[in-house]
Design a binder for this molecule. Structure first.
Ligand code: BTN
Length: 236
């Protein structure tokens, strides 16, 4: 795999999309910081210099929810192997360590003009070293160093991440979903679902075979798809 490195960039996902659209394959874009790091649902992603790992892979097309599911599993494995502590997944795209978000994932489709084949980009932002988070996310976000007491080597983590993505490409969808479910920190929990301006309490029941989340709202079963909603686990 080719690694394209940047000290600072707008967004590694945007650069990976450019590369994908111009026909470059088997590549990942890595940056030390992003000036316009993006998250799901138009949110920005805190990407200061010196503390995080911001990586985007150009991957063959797949259903975007499944790409997010696979990326979450591969990234959780890479972090876990680096620090030796269990990493959980909060549906659909967040990795949690000690209840704090240490990583977010953003999967996006790319249409390649002429070629006609849509390609996909999966971006991963990991809070690796001690970071000073803005007030707005201080309660929910954390970094690996502060939470685990281990100061990971970012290069080693990147190598592990790439290896997990390369090896994971051969894994079956069933195995990936199985691991995603077993790492889930939401199943069986009371959660709050946010859709636009609306929010409601629900119980997280199961993850379906396409990465959707079944919840129960006052006895009614609802399937949440990742594009439109986010969830929160109220503090226990
Ligand atoms: C989220 O938490 O909603 C997803 C965050 C995804 C952030 C990563 S950092 C690398 C890549 N480039 C971006 O602009 N976003 C993703």
């Amino acid at each position: 795999m080719i690694i394209e490195r940047h000290q600072s960039i707008g967004s590694t996902n945007d650069r990976a999309k450019e590369l994908a659209a111009s026909g470059v394959r088997d590549v990942c874009v890595v940056a030390d910081s992003q000036t316009c790091g993006r998250g799901r649902m138009g949110r920005s992603f805190f990407s200061p210099p010196g503390t995080g790992l911001y990586v985007s892979f150009v991957l063959p097309p797949e259903d975007l929810s499944m790409l997010t599911v696979s990326a979450a599993v591969f990234t959780a494995r890479a972090v876990e192997k680096t620090i030796g502590t269990q990493v959980g997944i909060k549906w659909v795209n967040d990795l949690l360590l000690c209840g704090k978000k240490i990583c977010g994932i953003l999967a996006e489709g790319v249409f390649c003009p002429g070629e006609g084949i849509p390609y996909a980009v999966v971006g991963i932002g990991i809070n690796v070293l001690k970071a000073d988070f803005p007030e707005s996310i201080r309660e929910t976000a954390g970094d690996i160093e502060s939470l685990s007491g281990i100061k990971p080597d970012k290069e080693e983590l990147l190598s592990r991440l790439i290896a997990e993505f390369e090896n994971g490409a051969h894994a079956s969808r069933r195995d990936i979903l199985g691991e995603y479910r077993s790492r889930s920190v939401v199943l069986g929990k009371e959660i709050r679902v946010f859709r636009g301006t609306e929010s409601y309490a629900a119980t997280a029941l199961s993850v379906d075979d396409n990465g959707g989340l079944w919840v129960s709202r006052e006895g009614e079963r609802i399937l949440l798809q990742s594009g439109e909603v986010s969830i929160r686990i109220p503090q226990e």
